[in-house]
Design a protein around this ligand. Structure first.
Ligand SMILES: Nc1ncnc2c1ncn2[C@@H]1O[C@H](COP(=O)(O)OP(=O)(O)OP(=O)(O)O)[C@@H](O)[C@H]1O
Ligand SMILES: [Mg+2]
Length: 668
């Protein structure tokens, strides 16, 4: 396994691995959770606020209606009192003194109109007739603010007013009783020393009675005691809330307070009785009675929370003497709120589940093909080039799969080609080795007899006189025998694989020696040799005579490639990064056709005519350079020239036994 894949494997084993599908699902989950939370929070907030606001708004309107009903009742009383004050029997009573029939008439009016009191004073404000209590005889100056106002302004007046218990008692003991309350301890109410109230609160109206000369003769006043009078509050409840109930309790409630005490109400105690005598909470009392501001908001009423509206009730002098209240049971709205919240949660939960399911499917659609691709890639890594992926989606994944399959096909084809090539190469080199072996054997066997032929033919030639007719033929034998010897030598060189005898030497001077050996030969007469030697070329550890053989081969080949005249350049350099000494031998000769480049280093490859070249020069050079762990390559352009590149590693000097380095330079 390669280093890279080993590393990948390690990373995979060491790290906590999270699949793409899990990551996708987790991302979806995060988004869903965030959106849901925002949705729930904002949604609940908005709807809850809306519900409460609407309820509040309704109660505010209900209070208006309640006030309307309250006022209408008051104006009803005013109408009765004003109308009656204009009737003649009253004028008569004041002018001529009252009689039993007048008292009866007044009592009829009171009963018919549903008033609790209807009484008459003289022009000084002394009560002279109480329809409710005909027996009352002593003259008495009334302390009624309405009456006093009418006496002063001679015009009718109507208002809510507080009537003292004595005054009530004078009207009727039953009224006094109706007005009095024992106070009931109420949580959150203000502290009070008294344990009961005895005054009464009344909707009252007073109107002047004029005599026939239009002089004020007296005042008629009448009213309805509000204490324990449930008509108004029940009318409010019915008008506004239509007696709706929620879980057995009245949804809507209305109350009239005298100061802070419930004197008429349809708020119930837990036993179902009306909660009269209980008191308003301190908080509401302070705002409404002390500060004179209406109260709109939730409030604890008797034993439940209500959405409420309170406003002050004023007397004729605009002093606050009580409170008018309407309220709706909060429970209904909190239940509604809870239902809304639950609905919201339910919808969000269902939505989330649906979204998760969708996310899961989507994640699988993406991750399954990726897993398939990953598995196929692994197969290929392990050498199975038949691993094909089958992804049909029409998107990037589909494209990826297609490309992957194409890549797999290409890899497989290349694999096949490489295998074929390697096989061919193996066969070739086996064949070459065999040829080499045969050639070496043949050369070896032929060497000795050939040596004899060469020697004896030379001897013969020397002994023979120049005139002899055989001299010419013998000369030819000598030339051909010499040639045979050269071929055999070359073959022996090539096949013998002589181990190089390495010493430290300077390549520049090796090349120099080669040049000095050849430059005066006829072959080089038209060749201009230039040298470009690197000055700081390091010494290399090589066999100098083998190197010389290589350079000589190359130099002679170059000269042979130059037909008329040309240049031969010899260049050396040092590649520091690779630690290589490089030698370039460049000529401006005929160049090498492309089809020959491959065969150049094969033994016996030559383009020279038969008998001229052996074709062993480059093959031997190749063997030597290879033995030195170097490389040799060629670049050529027809009609332009050729360059041979040789690269030699600057082999380190092996240590000799005594620890010193074996240094033996050929550079003198
Ligand atoms: N510098 C060169 N320019 C053009 N062709 C070359 C050059 N060097 C070698 N060749 C080609 O490569 C062939 C093989 O060269 P090699 O030195 O192995 O054998 P040879 O030169 O033909 O024979 P020999 O070296 O025995 O005289 C040559 O015949 C020639 O065609
Ligand atoms: Mg040659």
């Amino acid at each position: 396994m390669s280093g890279l894949s080993e590393r990948v494997q390690k990373v995979r084993e060491g790290d906590f691995r999270v699949s793409i599908a899990t990551k996708l699902i987790l991302s979806f989950l995060l988004i869903i959770v965030v959106i849901s939370l925002v949705f729930i929070m904002v949604g609940i907030r908005l709807t809850s606020d809306r519900i409460v606001e609407e309820a509040q708004e309704k109660v505010r309107n209900d209070l208006n209606t309640a006030r309307e009903i309250y006022s209408t009742t008051l104006y009803g009383i005013e109408d009765v009192v004003r109308f009656t004050a204009n009737r003649f029997f009253l004028k008569d009573a004041l002018v001529m003194g009252y009689s039993a029939s007048i008292a009866e008439e007044l009592e009829n009016v009171r009963i018919r109109e549903g008033l609790d009191i209807l009484s008459l004073t003289d022009a000084e404000g002394n009560v002279i007739l109480r329809s409710n209590n005909l027996d009352f005889s002593e003259e008495y100056e009334i302390e009624n603010e309405l009456v006093q106002n009418v006496l002063m302004r001679k015009n009718h007046e109507s208002a809510t007013t507080i009537i003292s218990d004595e005054e009530l008692d004078r009207e009727s003991s039953q009224l006094a009783e109706q007005a009095s309350f024992t106070l009931i301890d109420t949580p959150l109410a203000i502290e009070r020393d008294e344990t009961e109230i005895t005054d009464g609160m009344m909707l009252a109206s007073a109107a002047p009675v004029f005599d026939y000369q239009n002089k004020l003769a007296g005042v008629l006043y009448g009213g309805i005691l509000l204490n324990r009078n449930y008509e108004i509050v029940d009318k409010i409840k019915q008008t506004v809330y239509e007696d709706l109930k929620y879980e057995g309790k009245d949804i809507g409630t209305a109350t009239i307070f005298q100061d802070d005490v419930r004197i008429a109400t349809n708020v119930r105690n837990s036993d179902g009785s009306r909660a009269i005598g209980t008191r308003v909470s301190e908080e509401v009392y302070n705002q409404v009675v002390i500060e004179g501001e209406p109260w709109i908001g939730r409030a604890y009423v008797v034993n439940d929370w209500y959405i409420t509206a309170y406003e002050p009730i004023e007397n004729i002098s605009r002093d606050i003497i009580g409170i008018l209240y309407v309220g709706m049971l909060e429970e209904k709205y909190t239940d509604l709120q809870r239902e809304t919240v639950l609905t919201f949660l339910g919808i969000t939960l269902l939505g989330s589940i649906a979204a998760m399911a969708l996310a899961y499917l989507l994640a699988r659609r993406i991750s399954v093909p990726i897993q398939e691709l990953a598995a196929a890639t692994k197969e290929i890594e392990q050498g199975n080039l038949d691993a094909e992926v089958n992804i049909k989606s029409r998107d990037e994944l589909g494209e990826l799969a297609e490309t992957f399959n194409a890549m797999r096909g290409a890899l497989k084809e290349r694999d096949r080609q490489i295998r074929e090539y390697a096989q061919r190469k193996v066969m070739e080199s086996e064949r070459l080795a065999l040829i080499g072996q045969i050639a070496a054997n043949v050369a070896h066997e032929l060497n000795n007899p050939l040596q004899g032929i060469v020697t004896y033919s030379h001897l013969l030639l020397e002994k023979m006189s120049d005139e002899s007719s055989a001299t010419d033929s013998l000369n030819k034998i000598v030339i051909q025998a010499n040639r045979c010897r050269d071929i055999i030598r070359g073959l022996l060189d090539f096949s013998r694989q002589i181990k190089p005898d390495k010493t430290l030497c300077n390549i520049n001077s090796v090349i120099d020696q080669c040049v000095s050996l050849v430059e005066h030969q006829a072959l080089f007469h038209n060749v201009q040799i230039t040298k470009h030697f690197s000055e700081d070329l390091p010494m290399v550890y090589v066999d100098p005579s083998q190197m010389q053989q290589v350079f000589m081969n190359m130099i002679i080949n170059a000269a042979e490639a130059i037909e008329d005249s040309g240049q031969l350049s010899l260049e050396t350099k040092f590649d520091q990064t690779e630690d290589l000494v490089e030698i370039d031998i460049t000529d401006t000769g005929e160049g090498i056709p492309e089809e020959n480049l491959d065969k150049l280093f094969d033994p016996f490859f030559t383009t020279k005519e038969v008998g001229k070249g052996t074709g062993l020069g480059l093959a031997i050079s190749y063997g030597i350079i290879k033995e030195h762990e170097g490389t040799i390559s060629v670049e050529s352009e027809l009609k332009k020239g050729t360059t041979f590149h040789i690269k030699l590693p600057r082999n380190s000097i092996p240590e000799v036994s005594d620890g010193r380095r074996e240094v033996q330079s050929t550079d003198h």
